[in-house]
Design a protein around this ligand. Structure first.
Ligand code: ZN
Length: 266
């Protein structure tokens, strides 16, 4: 069996989510560790949190593949008494490298947004703009009213509740979506003919303009609209490693939960 290096895995990742599809402001790629380090075990997750780092270390991972970059803004210190420095310290002490595929994984075919569209059951799904871009637009097989559509989204994403921004009494056939924080695309989806948009992290004034724009919005949460990619990505990595004869074990994060909880009045 050939020895597998971080470099070999990043080559796979660059095929699955080419870096050139990342937004300009993004920070994907190898963020912690070395390309020449050996890899026997990989842990796939959405976020590099204290908990996922611990789970990766317990699994014996040499590499974490995450969606959200653990280092995003310019770092001016490595204070190990603060959460980020502490995480980086734990990663380095345990020889765990971290690679992120962020907006490149959102945009690529079969990435975050296609997985979300598939979960919702959209057909004839297309990117918003160029061949690859953030956001997708597609059709429901059968028209639905806003409330039933919101219930459907909650069900397929397995969440207790979603927030519906009800823009009036009209049915939904064409749906736009963007996993994570995608409310900047609500008006684009409307322009492309969508009657509804699915995303997370919608703010009050964005919701108000959606109503004015006559497009329903389902805010299903940042976490719930992106988490399904973890399993899909882990499976793709497994298949690629098998094809290449890489003896690598891959585990996926199954324990992370949305940081937001819905508490109903008692
Ligand atoms: Zn995200």
């Amino acid at each position: 069996m050939k020895k597998v290096k971080v470099q070999n895995i990043t080559e796979i990742m660059n095929r699955l989510a080419p870096r050139q599809f990342a937004e300009e402001w993004d920070n994907p790629g190898l963020l912690v560790g070395s390309f020449s380090a050996e890899v026997e075990k990989i842990f796939v997750c959405l976020d590099v949190t204290e908990e996922t780092v611990q789970n990766a270390v317990d699994f014996g991972a040499n590499l974490i593949i995450a969606h959200h970059p653990v280092i995003f803004r310019a770092v001016k210190n490595f204070r190990t008494d603060l959460p980020l420095g502490k995480k980086i310290e734990t990663l380095i002490k345990n020889d765990v490298a971290v690679f992120a595929a962020h907006t490149n994984l959102d945009s690529v075919e079969g990435g975050v947004n296609d997985v979300l569209a598939e979960k919702i059951g959209l057909i004839d799904v297309k990117p918003f703009g160029e061949e690859f871009s953030l956001g997708r637009i597609g059709y429901l097989p059968n028209k639905m009213d806003a409330e039933n559509f919101a219930k459907h989204v909650a069900k397929v994403l397995n969440v207790d509740a979603v927030r519906l921004i009800d823009a009036g009494n009209f049915e939904i056939e064409k749906v736009g979506l963007c996993g994570g924080a995608g409310s900047e695309f609500i008006s684009k989806a409307k322009f492309l003919g969508a009657q509804a948009f699915v995303t997370g992290d919608v703010k009050y004034h964005e919701a108000q303009s959606a109503v004015e724009n006559k497009i329903h919005v389902v805010d299903a949460g940042h976490f719930a609209t992106e988490f399904p990619i973890v399993h899909v990505l882990a499976e793709k990595l497994k298949a690629e490693c098998e094809n290449l004869g890489y003896n690598v074990k891959i585990a996926e994060d199954t324990t992370s939960r949305d940081v937001f909880k819905n508490i109903l009045k008692g």
